[in-house]
Design a protein around this ligand. Structure first.
Ligand SMILES: [Zn+2]
Length: 643
């Protein structure tokens, strides 16, 4: 008989089995997306002897995760009863979710530190003991302060697609760990969007083994579909040839087209951080809702958004993850919005390393630490240039906060209201924290702060993922410390009927979406407040060319907005209009340059994208002049050989 050669997968499994003592009672070894899952009947043994797993990881150089065998998992109802009987009330548990595909129970608690046994030592609940009793792994998470529809939707999908997800994870794993066809490595990218423009960011990375899409956004202000969406049609690729889609962050100019990929048949994985998935879900749900309400062309529907959720594999920062036979991915903090990441791709055993920044802030903000810069290696940098012009300089944080406080104080003193149009995600929470802290320190006149639109749900997602906030904020909130997002200064407008309260109130601050006055509840306040001189319109975020916000910034003092019953309403702007730069989640000109200068060893090339043409040109010129690094400034629909 001829001995059959083992496949690489069988070899891998055999190696793993060799390294495990029989007490571990391993029943199955299976791919689980980029991880290898070991199913055990004795979870306690592997937990208490964790060297077993570290030894395996060191040998096979793959991510390994331990799962409990299905035969030892207690029925959901019974397990829930046991948990409820043991969980102390003061931990304020709001959700207990059973993820059948992974054998994990997620316990969301208002005070998770109580369950995790920090601080209140006398509490008897033990995650380990409870886990051994019910046969499920337990993960304790911070609960959001209000029910967030987007988070509920994610649970709904995870629950309803648990069988498909098991199958999906296995297939993705087989695809990632398939044998390589060649040992060489060549890397090219096709630019599908986001070049010499801010919007529809999308690159296709091509190696000898893999096809990977980086971001997949829309350009909301575009007039025709050729300009609005990534040119995947031009790339002439079947969606099932894609190995993976990697998302830097949730903003629609980076993620807005993603559900459409699923509508047109993509079945593969999306990689991003957990908050990015939550925030994308929020923004996509809102996009669908608005399109239905306004009867505009609908790009995708809720079922496509759900399909996207079911195909997303979330990964934490700083963890090396195989995403194809020759590409390893690491997501790092980008400092831009919650969960935003720079993408580090390690190709062909280190033959070439790419960092794609997405949007990034290379300075500390109220919410986040500065973007990570100490990559082990990087030859090609693909970077944004939103603020790439020489004059795009922002004053230091304290100075900017001072300008904001002064401007608001002046308006309040004159009996006026301050209207701050903000994008729901990112700038809103940054401004909220600054206002809260300034009122606490009594430098900002105390007044109600009304929040409207998606701001409160986006804030709930910030509350749910404290581990993605800055070190300082985490320290402040650790072990039950006060959460600044939940300050008593904030009043959430939950229903349009409450708007009158905000409009009638005396001096006040109103924050509402959308950030560029392109729609949303902000327009309701806009039409009431702008005709009065004592009020003030305060922009705190980037205004894309072609939007109403930009037109007003450029000097328009009479604008038309959609009024009631489809009529157009003319609004005369008599109030003061001001823009305060520096709250942006983007790096300014100096920060962009400083970031490039920090990278070691010296870069081979820099590709500049995500900026108006003038900004791209200026930043590219500066980089080649100052650092003597070759720069590229491609158009959309170009192919570039990197290596
Ligand atoms: Zn962004």
């Amino acid at each position: 008989m001829v001995e059959q050669e083992l496949t690489p997968a069988q070899n891998l499994m055999a190696t793993i089995l060799k390294g495990i003592p029989s007490e571990a009672e391993i029943t199955r070894i299976e791919y689980e997306g980029p991880r290898i899952a070991l199913y055990t009947k004795n979870y306690k043994f592997l937990r208490e002897n964790n060297y077993v797993i570290s030894d395996i990881v060191n040998t096979v150089k793959r991510r390994v995760v331990v799962r409990t065998d299905k035969s030892i998992r207690m029925e959901e109802e019974e397990a829930k009863k046991i948990l409820l009987s043991q969980i102390p009330e003061e931990s304020s548990v709001s959700t207990i979710f059973f993820d059948h595909a992974l054998g994990e129970v997620i316990i969301e608690a208002g005070a998770p530190h109580i369950l995790l046994g920090r601080k209140e030592k006398e509490v008897s609940f033990s995650v380990e003991k409870a886990s051994d009793q019910i046969g499920w792994k337990i993960r304790v998470k911070q609960a959001p302060h209000i029910q967030a529809a987007s988070l509920q939707n994610i649970y709904y999908v995870l629950k309803n697609q648990s069988e498909e997800r098991e199958e999906f994870y296995r297939k993705v794993g087989e695809n990632i760990f398939r044998p390589r066809l060649t040992q060489g490595s060549q890397v090219s990218i096709l630019t599908l969007g986001g070049c010499n423009q801010v919007g529809r960011s999308c690159f296709l990375l091509i190696t000898q083994e893999s096809r990977i899409l980086l971001d997949c956004g829309i350009l909301p202000s575009a007039r025709n579909p050729w300009d609005a969406y990534p040119r995947i049609d031009w790339a002439d690729i079947d969606l099932d040839e894609l190995d993976a889609v990697v998302m830097t962050h949730a903003h629609l100019d980076h993620s807005g087209y993603l559900p459409a990929l699923f509508k047109y048949g993509y079945e593969g994985p999306v990689y991003c951080t957990e908050p990015t998935l939550a925030l994308m879900t929020l923004l996509h749900m809102d996009y669908v809702k608005l399109a239905v309400m306004e009867g505009t062309h609908i790009l995708y529907e809720m079922r496509d958004v759900r399909k996207m959720i079911g195909h997303t594999i979330t990964i934490p920062y700083n963890l090396v993850t195989d995403i194809s036979p020759d590409v390893k991915l690491v997501l790092n903090n980008a400092g831009h919005i919650l969960g935003s990441a720079t993408v580090h791709l390690h190709i062909g055993d280190g033959a070439h390393n790419i960092v794609y920044t997405g949007d990034f802030k290379f300075a500390k903000t109220a919410l986040f630490d500065a973007a990570t810069w100490n990559y082990p290696r990087v030859e090609t940098l693909i970077m944004e240039s939103t603020y790439g012009a020489k004059e795009d300089l922002v004053p230091g944080r304290e100075e900017v906060e001072g300008i904001l406080v002064k401007s608001i104080n002046e308006t309040l003193a004159e009996g006026g209201k301050v209207l701050i149009p903000t994008p729901a995600v990112g700038r809103s929470q940054e401004i909220m924290l600054i206002l809260n802290s300034a009122m606490r320190k009594e430098v900002l006149t105390e007044s109600p702060i009304f929040l409207e639109g998606m701001i409160s749900e986006a804030t709930a997602i910030h509350v749910a993922y404290p581990e993605f906030l800055s070190r300082d904020l985490r320290r402040e909130m650790a072990d039950g410390g006060a959460n600044p997002f939940l300050s008593e200064y904030f009043t959430v407008i939950e229903h349009p009927s409450q708007r009158d309260e905000a409009l009638k109130a005396g001096p006040a601050i109103v924050m509402a979406t959308s950030g560029m006055l392109e729609g949303g509840p902000v327009l309701r306040y806009f039409q009431e407040l702008m005709p009065e001189e004592k009020n003030r319109l305060l922009f705190v975020s980037y205004q894309i060319a072609g939007t109403m916000g930009r037109r007003i910034l450029d000097g328009s003092r009479q604008v038309s907005i959609p009024g009631d019953e489809g009529k157009i309403k003319i609004v005369d702007i008599k109030s003061r209009v001001e823009k305060i730069d520096g709250f942006s989640g983007h790096s300014d000109y100096n920060q962009l340059l400083r970031f490039v200068g920090k990278l070691r060893p010296k870069l081979q090339q820099v590709i500049v994208n995500h900026g108006e043409r003038r900004k791209v040109d200026n930043l590219a010129n500066s980089i080649s002049r100052i650092y003597r690094i070759p720069t590229l400034r491609p158009e959309v629909q170009e192919g570039i050989k990197l290596f």
